[in-house]
Design a protein around this ligand. Structure first.
Ligand code: AMP
Length: 399
């Protein structure tokens, strides 16, 4: 993490307007914000800029209005909860470009004041990354701050184009996220262990290929492990298994061997006849899986090996559950492994970084989100970063 400007270099921003891209794509119910986590995440950046005397102008998208104004996807409902969190008024501009935001910034905002602009995706130029639209946004401010890591995998006007037009800085949340990701895959302390679980090999191919090239150990769990077992001649019965991916799985196994990445595949599994809470289940060795068995979780010996691998590692990066964690008892391997990782992280023995939609729910279910070193809630951006792809919104911030 060398090449970014930092907000702390700016001491006095009085008389300046900071355009801040935030992630306010919050859950709403009945026109009201039902979870303010994302609003809270933006507070450190907003307050840092206010403290330096800047006019703070927030830009965000909400939903998928596809380039048309749509009252159901207005950001207006965000104003009130944001005012409560900031203990300060938040001005709202009915549009994100043109006279409406210009008037709010010039007439209403004092230094340290905060405004929120209407949904940037009400204009087609946002997702098209249209230079003319980005230039209209740029006219509103003096500096650009991007605090929306979760939108950084998209090259849109407010995430990428604008960063090319104004002096650009990562916000505090963005910085925390980039620091954590750098510790996990950029310049990690070795040995590094990866855990990749979830349903399908086909949706995580790029991820697996990138990880076997980078990691010392890679544990594969969840439904995708069935495909690897099948590729090695194990009869996985009626389990979720992508038989047409067997060649690909064998290629990944071979690539791991070539790159010196130790693959940890299940050595025992938990099976049942249906996926229902509390259904009768049993532990099976790999040669004892019946034709009507469904593999729904990793077995105890597999979890014990995974814990030993964690004990020997200094860095852990995790995406995807080890079993059908939504349906107990098939949450057991995921919960046990997550708690072990959390214990090691809390004791300072490992840097444990996890992310991706289902992974966050699984770690929440295991009640360890706060104990991991870092948990990213950015689904797509986190995955693309784990896949080794450059994120346009991050690249554009590099000074
Ligand atoms: P993903 O979105 O690819 O991370 O996949 C997460 C989903 O994989 C979760 O909903 C899990 O229930 C599911 N999953 C994990 N293990 C299995 C399994 N052995 N069989 C079927 N689905 C699984």
């Amino acid at each position: 993490m060398t090449s970014f400007r930092t907000l702390s270099d700016l001491t006095d921003l009085s008389g300046q307007t900071a355009l801040v891209r935030v992630d306010f794509n919050v859950p709403m119910e009945g026109g009201k914000v039902s979870d303010d986590t994302r609003l809270r995440a933006a507070l450190p950046t907003i307050n840092a800029l206010r403290d330096r005397g800047a006019k703070v102008v927030l830009m965000a998208h909400f939903g998928r209005p596809r380039g048309q104004p749509n009252p159901e996807m207005s950001l207006r409902p965000v104003v009130e909860p944001l005012e409560l969190l900031l203990s300060a008024p938040v001005w709202f501009a009915e549009d994100c470009i043109g006279d409406a935001p210009r008037a709010v910034i010039a007439d209403d905002l004092a230094p340290g004041g905060v405004a929120l602009l209407e949904n940037v995706r009400f204009h087609g130029g946002e997702e098209a990354n249209d230079p003319a639209f980005a230039a209209e946004l740029a006219k509103l401010g003096d500096i650009y701050v991007n605090d929306a890591f979760s939108a950084a995998h998209r090259a849109h006007a407010s995430t990428e184009g604008l960063a090319r037009l104004l002096p650009a800085y990562p916000g505090e949340s963005m910085r925390r996220e980039l620091d954590a990701l750098d510790k996990a895959l950029g310049t990690p302390v070795k040995p590094v262990l990866g855990i990749v679980g979830g349903a399908k090999v086909s949706s995580k191919l790029d991820l697996l290929k990138n990880l076997v090239a980078q990691l010392d150990h890679l544990a594969i769990g969840g439904g995708m492990a069935n495909t690897f077992l099948h590729a090695q001649g194990v009869d996985v019965g009626g389990s979720l298994c992508e038989k047409d991916m067997a060649d690909t799985a064998r290629e990944i196994i071979e690539e791991a061997r070539r790159q010196g990445c130790e693959l940890l595949l299940p050595v025992d599994v938990v099976v049942a006849k249906t996926v229902k809470p509390g259904v009768e289940s049993g532990v099976r060795a790999l040669d004892r899986i019946a034709a009507d068995d469904l593999i729904l979780d990793a077995g105890p010996e597999t979890v014990a090996r995974l814990k030993r691998a964690m004990d020997l590692s200094k860095t852990l990066i995790w995406n995807g559950p080890l079993g059908v964690f939504e349906v107990p008892p098939f949450d057991k391997a995921t919960v046990e492994a997550a708690r072990h990782a959390a214990d090691l992280a809390r004791a300072g023995k490992i840097t444990a970084v996890a992310g991706g939609g289902d992974t966050v729910s699984a770690l929440n279910h295991a009640e360890v989100v706060d104990d991991m070193t870092f948990v990213s809630t950015a689904g797509g951006a986190f995955l693309e970063w784990m896949e080794g792809k450059p994120l346009p919104g991050v690249e554009a911030l590099k000074a």
